[in-house]
Design a binder for this molecule. Structure first.
Ligand code: FES
Length: 109
């Protein structure tokens, strides 16, 4: 399994989601305190970019129908969303954020 460099740490800001594309997959990066998280960027309900949504604490709200997901686990919290969001392992080395994309489901939680 390989780690894919996706962003400079300074481009991932608290309170917003940052869209990146890694190996053709649109991902959203989030910073919550010192931790960085990555989820798939497309809502599981319909086609909307969560990076255009609203981050509130450790949750992100979809801009289209206000579905809310828990960022660290991808768990659906409220709204019309039922299917968990895919989450990816993240590591930060120096100024660089890496995401692990694998064929396996990386969801934890
Ligand atoms: S597309 Fe995200 S809640 Fe409907």
């Amino acid at each position: 399994m390989s780690w894919c460099p996706v962003a400079h740490i300074d481009s991932v800001m608290e309170g917003e989601a940052t869209c990146v594309v890694a190996e053709g997959e649109p991902l959203a990066l989030y910073r919550i305190g010192e931790a960085v998280y990555a989820t798939h960027d497309i809502c599981t309900h319909a086609h909307a970019h969560l990076s255009e949504g609203f981050v509130n604490g450790d949750c992100v709200e979809c801009p289209l129908h206000e579905g809310v997901f828990h960022i660290p686990t991808g768990r659906p919290i409220s709204g019309p969303v039922r299917v968990p969001l895919r989450v990816y392992p993240v590591k930060v080395e120096g100024d660089q954020v890496f995401v692990q994309l694998s064929g396996e489901d990386a969801e934890h939680g």
